[in-house]
Design a protein around this ligand. Structure first.
Ligand code: KG4
Ligand code: ZN
Length: 357
């Protein structure tokens, strides 16, 4: 029997990117042991970085206004790049949380309006589930036998969250660790601000770190704690004090690079050490990384090498899918359907800024 193709329009507005994507899923008939085949037909991202970098961070109301302005053209552009229209898609997936409420509302209400007008069913998607499944994107995965992939330990490092997840199988997962204060991306952004670098800080800090001559040794908070939680605010404070005692001057340009590299080394050390400890304890067959900070090449490399040393699989999002996008929301929606999930009735679809994974 021929497998059925499903077309998903996905919308993401949880923070400062207005994004839409169209994906096609071919779910195999005997789907239990095989990952679904998902193809991205189009993906459009309208970034607000310019708007927020002036303010040194995301201003929620300004973000919402920009989403309102951009959402319609972004969705239209994503559809126009495919042979599909609002009438011929099968589902509308939208990020419903967690995130900034003024931003989330724009996407959710836009998706609901489209659903009302077309009768297409809605799939509210958790933004962190989007990140989680993004590391499976574009894998020609039908060759992977699922039992060979799990258990999987997944590290999600974004601007708002740092989570360590244990995936028992493709649809059963639980949080085993999280940050007790700042998220990893937030720490990159705050350190960048201390150094006078623009928002978002992650790419700036990692770029400058490459020029370091003598990375500074900073503490590795909670690296030895028995749990799988993380803490980054102490590291940021250590840098604040270091800069108070060693002020940046025009002459010591290297200091900035050395602080960046020192911070990055400390953050990566903690993230990799704890992820690998969890992998060992849970006898993981794979580890994965996702979220905006997974765009960091040093972090990816360190985790990939650690996985190789353990002789286990390593998955990470393809380029462009680490930071926020709608493709990952469509992917999470596809896995939701593949795993037997159903659409949510219109009246129950709501933006929830604190929706936990
Ligand atoms: O996942 P994401 O796009 O948005 C949230 O869901 O929060 O993550 C954004 C975060 C920002 O904090 C940004 O500084 C960080 O990801 N980031 C990076 C890099 N690229 C983005 N952090 C470190 N290295 C990078 N190359
Ligand atoms: Zn995100």
């Amino acid at each position: 029997m021929k497998n059925k193709s499903l077309i998903i329009l996905a919308i993401e507005t949880s923070c400062d990117e207005t994004a839409a994507a169209v994906l096609r899923m071919d779910s195999p008939k005997s789907s239990k042991h095989i990952l679904p085949k998902v193809k991205t037909l189009s993906s459009v991202i309208k970034s607000q970085i310019k708007l927020h970098s002036k303010m040194g961070g995301v201003v929620p109301e300004a973000a919402a206004r920009a989403h309102i302005k951009n959402i319609s053209p972004v969705v239209e552009k994503a559809l126009q790049a495919t042979p599909y229209s609002l009438q011929t898609i099968d589902y509308i997936a939208v990020t419903a949380g967690p995130g900034l409420i003024p931003s989330l509302i724009v996407g959710v209400e836009f998706a609901k309006a489209l659903s009302l007008a077309t009768g297409k069913p809605l799939l509210p998607i958790n933004h962190m589930a989007g990140h989680l499944y993004s590391s499976f994107a574009r894998l020609q995965t039908t060759n992977y036998k699922l039992q060979a992939l799990f258990p999987m330990v997944s590290l999600i490092v974004s601007g708002g969250h740092t989570l360590l997840i244990l995936m028992k199988d493709i649809k059963t997962y639980k949080i085993i660790g999280r940050t007790v204060d700042d998220a990893a991306g937030e720490a990159f952004d705050k350190v960048a601000r201390l150094l006078g670098l623009p928002y978002p800080g992650g790419p700036e800090v990692s770029k400058l770190a490459k020029q370091a001559t003598a990375p500074i040794a900073f503490p590795r908070p909670m690296i030895h704690s028995k749990d799988y939680n993380f803490s980054f605010s102490g590291l940021k404070t250590a840098i604040l004090y270091y800069l108070r005692d060693n002020p940046l001057t025009a002459k010591n340009y290297n200091l900035k690079a050395n602080v960046c590299a020192g911070f990055q080394n400390a953050a990566i050390d903690v993230l990799v050490t704890k992820t690998m400890r969890a992998a060992k304890e849970y006898k993981a067959r794979s580890i994965s990384i996702s979220g905006g900070v997974s765009a960091n090449t040093m972090l990816r490399k360190a985790l990939a090498e650690a996985a190789e040393n353990f002789n286990i699989n390593f998955f990470s999002p393809p380029p462009g899918l680490s930071t926020d996008n709608a493709e990952m929301i469509g992917l999470a929606a596809a896995y939701h359907l593949h795993n037997g999930g159903k659409p949510t009735p219109f009246a129950k679809v709501k933006a929830d800024p604190n929706w936990s994974l």
